[in-house]
Design a protein around this ligand. Structure first.
Ligand SMILES: *Cc1c(COP(=O)(O)O)cnc(C)c1O
Length: 644
């Protein structure tokens, strides 16, 4: 259509990372499709305005459960296609690892779609198991239990088997086997199945490389595996051992490493089978990566394979090894979490303001004769910088700025002089930047300068709450405005969140070839809201997000996309100010009593009237229900193009 939209699609890489779910409509708004190739769509700007009319202001986490279902289908189709193609004799089933996103609505949506293919669940702790036991699962699906287990965990697992779930207890440590065997002795009714987690020699790639290899935290060594088999035979319980498990890490970026791990694991499986163990399930763990930056490379926030390629390599490798060992093809269990849940959640929030480095409007530059020499020199640089001398003049400016601060620290120049000098310095920088960007080859120092000069957009969210992996692991998430995409973005920006933490910033952005250090956005217009979407935040971010500065969970809305557009199915209000304080053990009565005590004292001292005291108490108590984020609709300032 218009080239402006095509251009913004490219700037933000929407088609690269959007997996067919994200697009831009004629109005220039970001839209979501419920599945790849599905023409139906929801306009994010319309949804946000609709929610605002209901009193639900940004930030809002938008959940699109249909995207969980679409990913389930994508994964299932990829595997069934390879199974047919390679004439694999076993089948494929998923167990969704709850730790990726335990939210009931997410798990239920997964089960709704997954029940058509006997997809089950994976729990890694007592609390996850406790939740899983109450969920309805297809009769043939599995409930796989990983993680370290105590006696209680194992008893809960047995309770699951008693109510008819196909529970698999994966042995991570030898002592867990003792608990299992003891419990089995005293147990009546169906027994859970057992699995063993293997410590592979093969490693994954990417940020979670440590999850695999000999030094991994989890898994049994070869000696321990043989010991488990021996003890089970001794106890006449070898029939319980059904599954072999491994997991070499999350966000596996490189398909070669995955193939190597499959080869090794399939070989172990075959050897165990040949020991007359009635094993028939091979659990290949999770790790299927999400291409957050859309680059299709082995870069940390990407992956150099598609779902189909992943499925092909898993199926083909396991078949090859099993045929070679003359062992029947196992049912393949897969624990993909990130791949299934990342796409469905989008955080939308507003930019509040711009944090200015230097504001010329409030510091007019009028030179007079008694200005210090350094200020006059900076002013000369500003007036005479050109495309030919900008590099040299920029270096001079850096020197003068040093001098400015030295003189100030010695008490030789005034605060006014310092202010003048700073404004002039930044003006020289802006002009130098403009010339540098016109050059064919931009020297590295000017890339750094651009970063320094870029606008800082103050954005209504907490990095620690909503994209903790960006803070902790430098993971990249696509960030796009949800409107105005029919106009080219002209500002270079980084994002600052509203926590009081200097780590609360985003200055790394997705890019096809590298990592971008500035994000192109539109100028802010006074009184008009400017909304950004943080996409692909459905995996890990919600549960890893923390209470830093007591910013709570944002509001949440569940959206269904249909022929008419969208339907807001459910709205869940975010954490209130009072609830956030209670998380730190300030309970409501402590807070209200404490504040009232101060009021009573003032009333007693006749500094407040009785009526004023009551009003103040009511005001304070009513704030219990306030939103922890800033309630501002329009942007506050109008940003200027610097250097204009
Ligand atoms: C975390 C985890 C998973 C999920 O990994 P993804 O990368 O989200 O697919 C699967 N299995 C185990 C044992 C895990 O610990």
């Amino acid at each position: 259509m218009t080239t402006a939209i095509e251009q913004t699609l490219e700037t933000y890489g929407i088609e690269n990372w959007g997996a067919g779910y994200f697009d831009v409509n004629r109005k220039g708004n970001l839209i979501i499709h419920p599945a790849e190739g599905d023409a139906r769509s929801a306009d994010l700007k319309e949804i946000i305005e609709d929610l605002a009319r209901r009193g639900i202001n940004a930030p809002v986490l938008l959940r699109f459960p249909q995207l969980v279902a679409a990913q389930v289908r994508k994964l299932q189709r990829a595997f069934s296609k390879s199974i047919r193609e390679y004439e694999y004799q076993g089948s494929h089933m998923c167990v969704y690892p709850m730790k990726v996103n335990q939210q009931r609505s997410v798990v239920e949506e997964y089960l709704r779609e997954g029940s058509r293919y006997d997809f089950g669940l994976e729990a890694g702790s007592k609390a996850e198991l406790y939740a899983a036991l109450a969920l309805e699962q297809p009769a043939d699906s599995l409930l796989v239990l990983n993680g370290f287990k105590d006696q209680e965990f194992i008893q809960l697992a047995f309770a699951g088997a008693t109510v008819g779930k196909r529970v698999v207890i994966v042995i991570e440590k030898l002592n867990e086997l003792d608990h299992v065997l003891n419990t089995a002795e005293r147990h009546e009714g169906p027994l859970p199945m057992l699995g063993i987690r293997v410590k592979l020699y093969s490693k994954g790639s990417g940020r979670w490389e440590k999850s695999g290899g000999e030094a991994a935290k989890f898994g049994l060594t070869t000696t321990e595996i043989l010991e488990v088999i021996r003890r089970l035979e001794e106890a006449d319980r070898i029939d319980m051992l059904k599954l072999l498990h491994f997991h070499i890490g999350s966000q596996l970026t490189d398909i070669k490493r995955i193939k190597n791990a499959m080869k090794e694991a399939a070989r172990v499986y075959a050897k165990v089978y040949q020991m007359k163990v009635p094993i028939d399930l091979l659990d290949v763990g999770g790790g299927m990566a999400v291409d957050y930056d859309g680059s299709k490379t082995a870069f940390d926030s990407s992956a150099n394979y598609s779902a189909q390629e992943f499925a092909n390599d898993v199926i083909y490798t396991i078949k090859l090894v099993c045929d070679d060992e003359n062992v029947p093809h196992p049912t393949i269990i897969q624990e993909s979490g990130r791949f299934l849940s990342a796409y469905h959640a989008i955080l939308v929030t507003n930019v509040l303001d711009e944090i200015e480095t230097v504001v010329e409007d409030i510091t007019p530059i009028e030179l007079d004769d008694d200005d210090p020499q350094v200020v006059i020199e900076l002013s000369d640089l500003r007036e005479s910088i050109t495309v030919k001398n900008y590099r040299e003049y920029y270096h001079d400016a850096l020197e003068h700025r040093e001098e400015l601060f030295t003189l100030f620290n010695l008490g030789l120049i005034s605060l006014e002089d310092r202010a003048k000098g700073e404004v002039l310095f930044w003006d020289v920088c802006e002009r130098a930047d403009k010339y540098a960007q016109q050059a064919k080859y931009v020297a590295e120092e000017f890339d750094d300068l651009r970063r320094l000069l870029c606008a800082k957009y103050l954005t209504n969210f907490s990095v620690f709450r909503s994209v903790p992996d960006h803070w902790a692991l430098d993971q990249l998430f696509p960030i796009v405005p949800i409107h105005g995409l029919n106009k080219p973005p002209t500002e270079y920006t980084t994002l600052c969140d509203i926590t009081c933490d200097s780590d609360g910033i985003i200055d790394k952005f997705v890019d096809l070839h590298d990592v971008k250090h500035v994000l192109e956005l539109h100028p802010l217009v006074a009184g008009e809201p400017y909304y950004l979407a943080f996409a692909l935040v459905g995996a890990y971010q919600e549960v890893m997000g923390n209470n830093h500065n007591l910013f709570g969970a944002p509001h949440e809305a569940h959206i269904h996309i249909d022929d008419e557009g969208y339907l807001i199915k459910k709205v869940i209000r975010g954490t209130t100010v009072g609830e956030a304080a209670e998380r730190a053990r300030y309970d409501r009565s402590f807070l209200h009593d404490g504040f009232r005590r101060l009021i009573n004292q003032r009333v007693k001292d006749s500094e407040l009237t009785e009526a004023e005291g009551t009003e103040l108490a009511e005001f304070y108590e009513s704030r219990y229900g306030a939103y922890t984020y800033l309630e501002v609709n329009g942007a506050r300032t109008r940003s200027r193009r610097r250097g204009d």
